[in-house]
Design a protein around this ligand. Structure first.
Ligand code: NOJ
Length: 550
């Protein structure tokens, strides 16, 4: 394990809590969470025991993709507050010893961005058009898209514009929603803008950036046709796609690495790159590029001992080979919460979501038991772990959202065929007896909260032995006390193929992914994701054991 200086290498072992601002805490009661709301609840995150927060986008945006469609990279959307609110939040977080990582969306802007509006107005051949990927259409009159690419959210990845004189114009590329035109990263002007954006936020004291679609910025010259194999996840696993994982992206991150270094040795870049295999993903975290990359291969691993052993070994080896920590993650705002996902075999495709018509429905009890066991396993692993807001409460995916409430572009662009990601984005509960379960004081909520939400509220769990919240607090405290994030692990071998375990310093971790009961070694159980008694470990349960003294 690379030696770590705690001050500058905090990210090697950090537990980073994802705040999805629109659903975290709403200070003004309009039904959408905001930055003052985040500030007001930071104490709860400190108390939980995390090291850092990552905030999904709160910048100016028409919100066609929940803020991943940015119209001004250097300002706060009024929905979320002001730059002064951001400063207050940052100061409060830093005052509590929490690092602050923000989202950066460089693959595309909003079509409302001044840069895109100027590109439309300036006309063919202009410098402004060269900021984005405009191409003439095919067919006699350019009436067909320039190539056959589909958008990740469904439908074509191209939209034709109308010139200001009313004539049909060229098409622009949007790998995501129609409102998210892709930048042309062959244009040095784009590079310059993003260097400025990085410096703007670094000067404002952010500790790092989670880089959205970090595998997508560079496209193969000529934009050749491509038909992906069915079954890819957000942005596909298709390593041969001409819009994913092109070598050219690495020069961009080397450049950004140098920009961050201007501000000291402790700022970080984390890649959201849906790239397989792991040995390729680690290109993003070579010493002169980013510090971390999300380990989505781990997130997508089923709850079974053999698969887990494989992915952990592969991760430690791959990330270790470039001197980077592995990261671990089970939930985020793009996937079905692991409390529900782990009860579905096989889980739906990433991004597809589940809804009222999904059959079979996940069993909440099975899901929660597996989720807690999976979390206990994850939080014992060396490296950096991500937690998504609400998972510490054991929140399940919200399945029964009415169509009329849904907001994910995936739902609309597939004509409702895919439910999309709204089910994991519902505002979280704080107080069982308050309006909107304490999300705000008015009861408004941009997505309706399920009737069960009060049961999961934070105040219903604080101090309650065995609650999911107390289980997370215990796990994080023990992880820190035993420095598990920085330890090396030694695998233990079991006859039972459903069981996986390892030793990490003084702590022995054993997970039973099957249904049978397993005998435990001697020692003191310091953490149990469920109930283990009489030296026996039930199915879907993980324990941490301290060797008996002597
Ligand atoms: C990944 C983000 O996590 C997701 O929410 C978003 O829709 C796409 N990138 C497009 O920005």
């Amino acid at each position: 394990m690379a030696s770590a200086s705690p001050a500058t290498d905090w990210w090697r072992t950090a537990v980073i809590y994802q705040v999805y601002p629109r659903s975290f805490a709403d200070s003004n009661g309009d039904g959408v969470g905001d930055l003052p709301g985040v500030t007001s609840r930071l104490g709860a995150l400190k108390d939980l025991g995390v090291d850092a927060i990552w905030l999904s986008p709160f910048m100016t945006s028409p919100q066609h993709d929940a803020g991943y469609d940015v119209a001004d990279y250097c300002d706060v959307d009024p929905l979320f507050g002001t730059l002064a609110d951001f400063d207050d939040m940052r100061d409060a977080a830093h005052g509590l010893g929490l690092k602050v990582v923000i989202d950066l969306v460089p693959n595309h802007s909003s079509s409302d961005h001044r840069w895109f509006q100027e590109a439309l107005a300036a006309g063919p051949g202009s410098e402004e058009r060269a900021r984005y990927i405009f191409r003439e259409g095919k067919g006699k009159r350019g009436e067909l898209p320039p190539n056959n690419w589909d958008s990740v959210f469904g439908g074509p990845a191209w939209t034709r514009i109308t010139e200001s004189d009313g004539t049909p114009g060229p098409w622009y590329l949007h790998l995501f929603d129609i409102s998210q035109p892709d930048f042309d990263w062959t244009n040095p002007w784009v590079h310059e803008q993003f260097r400025n954006i990085l410096r703007f936020w670094l000067e404002r004291g952010v500790d790092g950036f989670r880089v959205d679609v970090a595998h997508g910025l560079v496209k193969v010259a000529g934009l050749p046709d491509y038909t992906p194999a069915p079954g890819g996840s957000m942005g596909g696993d298709t390593s041969d796609a001409p819009y994913w994982a092109q070598d050219g992206v690495h020069e961009i991150y080397r450049d950004w690495h140098r920009v961050l270094a201007e501000f000291g040795p402790d700022r970080i870049l984390t890649a959201e790159a849906w790239v397989k295999p792991l040995s390729k993903l680690t290109d993003w975290v070579r010493p002169d590029e980013m510090q971390q990359a999300f380990n989505f291969g781990y997130l997508e691993t089923p709850w079974d001992a053999i698969s887990l052993r494989k992915v952990v070994d592969a991760s430690l080896e791959a990330f270790g080979s470039v001197g980077a920590p592995s990261t671990w993650v089970l939930s985020n705002h793009d996937v079905i919460r692991h409390t529900s996902r782990l009860a579905l075999t096989p889980p739906p495709l990433q991004g597809a979501g589940i809804g009222p018509d999904t059959q079979p429905k996940p069993d909440d009890a099975v899901g929660l038991r597996r989720a807690r066991a999976a979390t206990a396993f994850m939080l014992a692993l060396p490296g950096s772990a991500y937690i998504y807001q609400g998972e510490e409460l054991g929140l399940p995916e919200a399945i029964d959202l009415p169509d009329a409430a849904r907001q994910d572009p995936t739902f609309f662009r597939t004509g409702g065929e895919l439910y999309g990601r709204d089910g994991c984005r519902v505002p979280i509960p704080w107080e069982a007896d308050a309006p909107a379960s304490g999300f705000n004081t008015t009861g408004a909520s941009w997505l309706p909260q399920p009737a069960s939400w009060p049961l999961y509220a934070r105040d219903a769990q604080v101090g309650v032995p065995g609650s999911t919240l107390e289980f997370y607090r215990d796990a994080l405290a023990l992880r820190s006390e035993h420095a598990l994030g920085a330890a090396d692990i030694d695998w233990l071998e079991f006859d039972d193929a459903d069981v996986i375990g390892f030793r990490s310093g003084a702590v022995t971790v054993i997970a039973n992914t099957g249904a049978g009961t397993v005998e435990l070694p001697a020692g003191r159980i310091v953490l149990c994701s469920g109930e283990a008694g009489d030296g026996l470990l039930p199915g879907d349960t993980t324990v941490w054991i301290l060797a008996a003294a002597g």
